[in-house]
Design a protein around this ligand. Structure first.
Ligand code: MG
Length: 283
């Protein structure tokens, strides 16, 4: 099932995508937000809430980030082997622990909404990533139980303001400008994704492929990330883990390359869909 958050007629809601239509599930389930629903017993019986003939069309709503206000957005730095260098990287060169940082929810942008280029920067970069959305609260989750805590998956563009990221050793300033992190187009429930199968992740800038990797290149896989993060803090329904980006970000190129107003950036992941964001300059 594909689940979305959206605004219709000035009211925030959420629901399931049914072809070109939407089933409004806030009204049908009684849960005000998608995050609450993911953590509820009703989520296990989600098919029973679908109407036979939904009347709301997808093009009548404005999408929100899949989870508009997660309690936590925990991101992993890079986390992918570069296939062109994989043979040269020895085990000793790999990090022993996942390097983490946090984004705040105001830094997110919905599918089709603009990613906002800060006027204070000339270095807005793309990072196509797989987002894991938590569906069950847990602390110190064992790796062999980790997938039981996953509600679903989405595409993320961990948009990064590189010059601000480089102001200090801590990169938070470059990872939290408002409206720089695309999150969408929807959550695909975990039953539709086989975690054993590598998922291809492709980022395109104005149609040109700029990143092309797959999840088999992850240094720390999803169970390890869930185990590690939940050792620190309780993961709760609606939390988002942004799992790192394959090779090919703009700042790693020679010469560096960044997103400009008027560009369109897309992140496509197998079995999930295409997250698309136009880039606009901040007014
Ligand atoms: Mg990233």
């Amino acid at each position: 099932m594909k689940l979305i958050s959206y605004v219709h007629g000035g009211t925030e809601s959420w629901g399931a995508v049914m072809g070109e239509h939407i089933a409004d599930l806030a009204s049908r389930t009684g849960y005000a937000t998608l995050a609450e629903f993911l953590g509820s017993p009703a989520f296990q019986h989600r098919d029973t809430y679908l109407p036979e003939a939904p009347t709301l069309r997808l093009d009548q709503v404005a999408l929100l980030p899949v989870i508009p206000r997660p309690e936590k957005i925990v991101c992993v730095l890079r986390n992918y082997l570069d296939p062109t260098q994989a043979q040269a990287v020895s085990q000793a060169d790999l990090p022993a622990y996942p390097p983490l940082f946090l984004r705040t929810w105001r830094s997110q942008a919905a599918h089709n909404a603009p990613i906002v280029h800060p006027k204070e920067s000339n270095a807005l970069d793309w990072e196509g990533e797989l987002a894991v959305v938590i569906g069950k609260a847990g602390r110190r989750i064992p790796e062999d139980q980790a997938y039981e805590y996953v509600a679903g998956y989405a595409c993320y563009n961990d948009g990064s303001v590189r010059d601000w990221q480089a102001h200090a050793r801590q990169i938070a300033s470059g990872k939290n400008f408002e409206g720089t992190g695309g999150f969408g187009p929807w959550l695909v429930t975990a039953d539709e994704i086989d975690p054993a199968r590598p998922l291809r992740i492709q980022t395109r800038l104005n149609g040109e492929v700029v990143q092309d990797g797959d999840t088999s290149q992850m240094i720390f896989g999803i169970p390890r990330l869930i185990n590690y993060i939940s050792t620190i803090v309780t993961l709760v329904p609606g939390d988002v883990i942004v799992t790192g980006t394959p090779a090919g970000s703009g700042f790693t190129r020679k010469p560096p390359r960044f997103m400009k107003p008027g560009d369109v950036c897309e992140v496509e992941i197998d079995g999930i869909g295409v997250l698309r964001n136009p880039i606009i300059m901040q007014e």
